[in-house]
Design a protein around this ligand. Sequence first.
Ligand code: DQA
Length: 296
Amino acid sequence: MMTDRPLFTELEQPFTCAAIYEPTVDAATSIMKESEFAGADSFILNLMGDGTQGLREEFLTEDHLERLFQSTSKPTMACYYRWHFGGESVDVTDEERQEILRRAVRAGAKCVDLVGDTFDPTLGPDVFTEEAKRYSLESERPPREVTDDPDAVARQEAEIERIHELGAEVQMSAHTRIHLDPEQALAVAETFQDRGADIVKLVSVDRSWEDMLETLEATVLLDRELDVPFIMMSHGEHGVLARYIAPFLGSMLCFTQQEYVPGGFYSQPLTENVNRVFDAVQNVTPTRDPEEVDWL
Ligand SMILES: O=C1C[C@@](O)(C(=O)O)C[C@@H](O)[C@@H]1O
């Protein structure tokens, strides 16, 4: 008998979530099956590909998506950003993106990624441009993909309810394109939690080891203060190390990949590798107050 796939918040944490960037359902299925052997616990499917690192538009039907989700007993989360990993902006409205994400849920996705500025896109340079790089190198810019416009927030809250009614969870996310210090990270995370998100995801920017250490500090702060599960991580080469470590400090999962394709996105560690780390690192969760420990 078919068993339903678990929700993301039902999985034992921390776990791996393998990113699927393939252009066709067959290719995506093949990578998902191989990822299962590498120990992937869940998947994130990129829907905004149209030929470059994500599912092509012709596969965005309920039938195609259902065939893909049914090929695994692991849960899949769907995302459809305004940009794709090839670097260009995607020419669809927020309403269309949400319609496609709801279609994915009807086809069996267990979670959708709701970008934090949906219905009120934050202004800023196009991603992957020289100007975007400058934006990320400076700290005193507002975080991208975060809005507090009351109309947009009300629509986001209604969208979260619709997705809940369809039986899936919502991960509210922001790729902030700037480095977040711990207090900034907590402020954004709390607004997403207040909107009804089941999971909060923050992707900061780390430009140095000091930034990376602040990202880990933000992870500890979020773990202490947030009521919902969260994912804390960063873009930037200094952020890669924290992707392995943050899951031990409370970040719920690590986004991984099965293999690195030429011209691909290499910040996500390989699934097999992360699982080896998760398995090897034991006995690091404190169970007693420092006062109760003999050997300090
Ligand atoms: O948003 C995220 C995280 C990500 O941006 C990363 O940096 O690992 C990659 C995306 O596939 C995923 O949806």
